[in-house]
Design a protein around this ligand. Structure first.
Ligand code: UDP
Ligand code: MG
Length: 324
């Protein structure tokens, strides 16, 4: 029987309490595939790397990359997508809020002829501010005509080659969901279970999520930037009108002041978007790579290594496969 080659990409940041269980559950659910597990240690400060090394030493299906510092979620999964070696990959977070058993449904769908299949949570088990935030984020995204598959999550099955192309484009973060539809229309979604996090803690703070949203709107749509410019112009006109009305005595000072402050709110919001855009433009200047790898169980591009040619820090069983 032909077994489908599948890499499970698992980004890990301070997940020492989770990885062993994560490995066990993935292997139990997906052991029938020609499976590779690629753990990406995103510069964890706890024992995550030691745990992953232990798993890699005991199970030849386990490979890993370890960053030289914390580069963030997008960098972690991007490195995983880049170095996945099976023709298909599935993205699984270390907390396994998406049950690995659900992967079968995504793969089945993909084999109907899709390049990318995204899990959509039937019911989301996250705090209310995360759920409401996501709803607002997608609503605004649709207004800005971003082609993000409705409800799509990081729980996804993709052709590895497609994932690699997206990573190579490096269109800014959070880019993955917004970039895939720019490359292919063969995208499907599948309803999946979602569980509350039971081990470790969420690595996402509200400020970071707001920053991500702003970046998405500004990077993938010029509408937000145009809108900001229009907002600034309208605020300027409103302020001028209020000033004239106040001087002419048509409007009380309090009303004029209130109106002026309101106009200022819009102007500041517009200014914030434009400022963010300036940062994006500045980002086009030479900059460091998206991530640097300090240690890996597989051969990696020297350009991705912090110390190229330093060689693997330790030999683990999986490397024999590479050397052969
Ligand atoms: N993660 C990472 N780097 C980071 C933050 C998170 O690799 O800087 C990993 C984390 O270990 C987890 C996944 O990304 O495996 C998703 O993070 P988390 O579960 O905290 O996010 P949430 O489910 O709260 O959105
Ligand atoms: Mg989670």
């Amino acid at each position: 029987m032909h077994r489908l080659g599948l890499t499970a990409v698992v980004p890990c940041y301070d997940e020492a309490d989770s990885v062993a269980q994560t490995h066990a559950e993935i292997v139990a659910a997906l052991g029938d595939y020609d499976l590779e597990l690629l753990f990406v240690d995103d510069g964890s400060a706890d024992d995550t790397l030691a745990e992953i090394r232990r798993l890699a030493a005991a199970d030849p299906r386990v490979q890993y990359l370890s960053f030289s510092r914390n580069f963030g979620f997008e960098a972690a999964f991007s490195a995983g997508y880049k170095y996945a070696r099976k023709p298909w990959l599935v993205h699984l977070d270390a907390d396994l809020q998406f049950p690995p058993a659900e992967v079968h449904h995504l793969v089945e769908r993909a084999l109907e002829g899709y390049d990318a299949v995204f899990g959509v949570r039937r019911a989301r088990h996250d705090p209310w501010h995360r759920r409401w935030g996501a709803a607002g984020y997608h609503w605004l995204g649709r207004r800005l005509r971003l082609r993000i598959p409705a409800g799509a999550t990081t729980f996804r099955v993709l052709r590895t080659e497609l994932a690699r192309r997206v990573v190579e484009l490096r269109l800014g973060t959070p880019y993955f969901l917004a970039t895939v539809p720019l490359l292919t229309s063969r995208i499907a979604t599948v309803p999946v279970e979602h569980r509350p996090r039971t081990r470790g803690t969420s690595k996402f703070r509200l400020g970071r999520l707001i920053g991500h949203a702003l970046e998405l709107y500004v990077a993938f749509s010029r509408r937000a930037v145009h809108g900001a410019a229009v907002l600034l112009l309208l605020a300027a006109l409103a302020s001028a009108g209020l000033a004239v009305a106040a001087f002419a005595g048509w409007l009380g000072v309090a009303a004029a002041l209130g109106g002026g402050l309101l106009a200022q709110c819009f102007a500041l919001a517009g200014g914030a978007v434009l400022l963010r855009y300036t940062v994006l433009v500045a980002d086009a200047q030479p900059r460091p790579a998206m991530f640097y790898i300090r240690e890996a169980s597989i051969r990696v591009d020297p350009a991705d290594e912090l110390f190229p040619g330093a060689g693997p820090a330790l030999l683990i069983p999986a490397q024999r496969e590479d050397a052969a």
